[in-house]
Design a protein around this ligand. Sequence first.
Ligand code: TPP
Ligand code: MG
Length: 574
Amino acid sequence: MNGGDRIAQVLEKQGVRFLFTLCGGHISPILVGAKKTGIRVVDVRHEVDAVFAADAVFRLTGVPGVAAVTAGPGVTNTITAVKNAQLAQSAVVILGGATATLLKGRGALQDIDQMSLIAPHAKWSAAAKAVRELVPLLEQAFAAARSGVPGPVFLECPVDLLYDEELVRTWYAAAGKGGGIAGAATRLYLQRHARKLFSGADRVEASSPAADRPRAPEKADVRRAADLLLKAKKPVVVVGSQATLAAAEVPELAQAVAALSVPVYLAGAARGLLGAGHTLQLRHKRREALREADLVVLAGIPADFRLDYGRHIGRKAALIAVNREEAALRQNRKPELAVHADPALFLRSLAERVKTGERWKDWLESLRTRDLEREREIARQAEPGPELINPLLLCREIDRLLAADSVVVADGGDFVATAAYTVSPRAPLSWLDPGVFGTLGVGGGFALGARLCRPAADVWILYGDGSVAYSLAEFDTFARHGIPVIAVVGNDAGWTQIAREQIEILKDDVGVVLARTDYHKVAEGYGGRGLLLTRNEDIRAVLEEALVIARSGAPVLVNAHLAKTEFRKGSISM
Ligand SMILES: Cc1ncc(C[n+]2csc(CCOP(=O)(O)OP(=O)(O)O)c2C)c(N)n1
Ligand SMILES: [Mg+2]
């Protein structure tokens, strides 16, 4: 058994089903070892997408996603996705290749200080120095990634720990061929080094991980929260991504939120928690609702830019902040009650403790009326115009075609923000967006991970024409690996979210203009199918055709030429 096989054993014990990679000589034994144990090895076209895919796997399953990347540029190419996973609190395990232990710092190919590069962005990182360390270090890596506030972890695996001992010893023998006393001394040193590398390796076996329980709330905190809630006349709950970290227990969370009967906004990964169209769920005018509320519960979302640094919440309102991360509890605004615990467990305990019934019926009614007004306003703007595609109409048609288990991946600016208002995920854990890092380019990797986890579901990627080019090459991966996603590109020939403000304020469109590029033809070049959509009256037929293609097993890209719209005017996030 070589080091690659030992790593594969740990992956298997940890319940890993997919290994995302882009090959390199430094990591070959990991890929071969994984394949031997029945793990599906999926080779992508950019390392960043391997990590995005792994991130999606964690979000949808609760099992850390895994990527293996080669030394040097393989590792540096992952950084954006590693940082994205850190900020999204997503558990990703990255196995990084590295030069041989003996050659470190001696000018070997692709040998850089990977540890200091990755450490600021990872929750945990380590470099293995002997084969016997691979199993325990990798088990530590998984535990660190999953526990508490999840995050990305990195294990550096030098190449001489991965191949068979016999082969590595021949490398060392070849390196120590000099004559005389110096030659003999070198040989002795090398033999000793090799012995140290391999000694004790067989004594460690991979074991199954202990179930890790997230931190539960203190009883006193739940009691206090219940008191505050029962006193409130206008409560609002905001559920954020952190609440869905325990993917397997999301149905219990959904039940608890429904049982609480408090008007609720669902953000990030929590979108879709209550299905589409639940009476408690509000989708629009969150700022107004928070300003009017007398009690706000932030469950798994800090008072950051999304809530205007807490300023969206009325000054007199009581705030209950619940978060696995202690620092997030008091960010920008001091709460009445700070609960350092898993937000899902908190909401479940709270729902068990209080029976609220219909006490906030009128309040909910007033919020719903405003919500419906906004819906009607959007519907009015979704009228087909005389030319090109109305993005609102397109998004509403996509929404109409979503199945109960469809997954939506959001990767872009204005077009995707429009979709966020008009496309309703039908179930928990069926909406993937980058999270607070606001990273363009997550689409291909996220969709890859999502479709592998949900092989029977339609997986939609909603792209801007700017964002699509970051991961369009993954159409090659989709085609080779039989991953039939449906990508819809809102093609407005520009980086519109940026263009809007830049042109208005600075009166210059430098750097923000794109061409109406034939992205559908690019998808075809990579082995997928492509459809062009330019007329409003064709939206339904073209989307339905795309669905038929995807359901027959081929990835497909719809290049939708958008008309100009004022829908997003004035919205900017900084
Ligand atoms: C990696 C990365 N680079 C740049 C940005 C800045 N940015 C935010 S939105 C946006 C425009 C996106 O354009 P497109 O995908 O075409 O969507 P549109 O706004 O045109 O609908 C840009 C460049 C970013 N968020 N992430
Ligand atoms: Mg665009």
